[in-house]
Design a protein around this ligand. Structure first.
Ligand code: HGY
Ligand code: MN
Ligand code: MN
Length: 415
């Protein structure tokens, strides 16, 4: 089956983007507002212009390419994903969705299609939260879920605030609110993403149409003790923050197992200070990422985790926990799922409906406009690692579905 999208052009965009990493040879590491991010954003803007899009950067650094509609005042359809990455991640997580949007624009141009309502391709910042924690940051700014006031408090691992990083990037954090879209100002949002799991490959299917995205929370635990000499401090006189943190952490996986029903919990990052081999640690922070399909289970797991941290308080240790992100389970638009299913049938794509265990910008945009999310297969189900891979022919088939659905939803006809 030959579709519309050009796998070679898609490959050129993905492989071109993959040069912009802080860890060449060790996966994609592209932190928001970094030099690599600037280069990637400029690269995406160039391809958008080649595809005939009118390109702008919004007040928080999201790159937006617009196909004007015959009725320019109609609310646009947005299509895209994020441009930032996890540390040492893969080249497809985020860029696959941005590139699918740009390829859709190329197809509009190549086929001489003019939409009735405008279409905007978006490449968003800080979905992963690798730099400033939490995540879904660019989409939450776009929907107005958070505003400029959040920028001063959020800090990266070097203590640089999001506001300072924005200024260094050439943006004015005081104007971040200008990136927010008013309710009713977006007609729909569509996102293509890699599955990041094994299901499509195992079932030999081309596409998943996502019906719900699991609820998720990102928490940050801080344990404070007292720095002291490793050699002269008796074992019964220590206030060892790392021993305290490990004692908390060791209890956490069982909490997710107790909740069950697909609940998962991950501690992905830990900082131990001051970090001397011969110094008893006095400050330990670690992240907790927890998810479940049912909101009651997410909330119950948060409570159990917070109780575990509170119980660790004492014996000379102070233990605190803060919520960096909370997103409830998000059902996606039935109307858009129906449109995607019809187009997938028309394109002869093998497909299934799926619940997403990964979080996506789509779960935030769903609060602003009817939203659809589709997956293409991930080889071995691997993601958030340099080995992440999706064949370009598979990515082209997913792009065909995005293109065909946007062509229909936007009322596009030959110009
Ligand atoms: O964490 C997630 O699910 C996504 O990759 N940000
Ligand atoms: Mn992603
Ligand atoms: Mn990711």
């Amino acid at each position: 089956m030959t579709g519309y999208a050009d796998p070679r052009r898609i490959e050129a965009m993905i492989e071109g983007l993959d040069r912009f990493t802080a860890t060449p040879g060790r996966g994609t590491t592209r932190l928001t507002y970094s030099a690599e991010y600037r280069a990637a954003a400029d690269f995406v803007a160039g391809w958008m212009r080649d595809a005939g899009l009118t390109v702008r950067q919004d007040a928080v650094g999201t790159i937006i390419g617009r196909i004007e509609g015959r009725n320019p005042d109609l609310a646009p359809i947005l299509v895209g994903s994020h441009l930032d990455s996890v540390p040492n991640g893969g080249r497809f997580d985020g860029p696959a969705g941005v590139v699918a949007g740009i390829e859709t624009a190329f197809l509009f141009r190549d086929l001489g299609l003019v939409p009735d309502r405008p279409v905007e391709v978006v490449a968003m910042i800080e979905e992963e939260g690798t730099r400033f924690g939490g995540g879904l940051f660019g989409s939450r700014l776009l929907t107005g879920a958070i505003g400029p006031e959040a920028l001063e408090d959020l800090r990266d691992g070097q203590g640089v605030s999001a506001a300072e990083a924005m200024r260094a990037y050439g943006l004015d954090p005081a104007r971040a609110g200008e990136a927010a879209r008013a309710p009713g100002s977006v007609h729909a949002f569509l996102e293509l993403h890699i599955e990041q799991g094994p299901v499509l490959e195992a079932e030999g299917r081309d596409i998943a149409i996502v019906e719900t995205i699991v609820g998720l929370a990102q928490l940050r635990v801080t344990v404070r003790g007292q720095a002291a000499h490793a050699g002269t401090t008796p074992m019964d006189q220590r206030r060892d923050a790392l021993v305290g943190a490990v004692g908390i952490l060791a209890q956490l996986p069982d909490l997710a197992r107790q909740v069950g029903r697909g609940a998962v919990l991950t501690v992905g990052r830990m900082e131990v200070l001051p970090g001397g081999a011969n110094v008893i640690p006095d400050l330990v922070t670690f992240t907790i990422d927890l998810r479940a399909p049912a909101e009651a289970d997410v909330l119950r797991l948060i409570e159990m985790v917070e109780g575990t941290v509170a119980h660790a308080q004492g014996n000379g240790l102070s233990c605190t926990i803060e919520r960096q992100l909370y997103a409830p389970p998000t059902p996606l638009s039935d109307q858009i799922q129906t449109a995607l299913l019809a187009q997938a049938e028309g394109l002869g794509l093998s497909h299934r409906v799926m619940v997403s265990g990964a979080g996506h910008d789509a779960m935030i945009l769903a609060g602003l406009a009817p939203t659809g999310l589709i997956f293409v297969p991930s080889r071995g189900g691997v993601s958030h690692a340099p080995e992440e891979w999706t064949d370009y022919a598979q990515l082209a088939r997913g792009t065909d579905l995005i293109f065909a659905t946007i062509r229909q939803m936007s009322g596009a006809v030959p110009g």
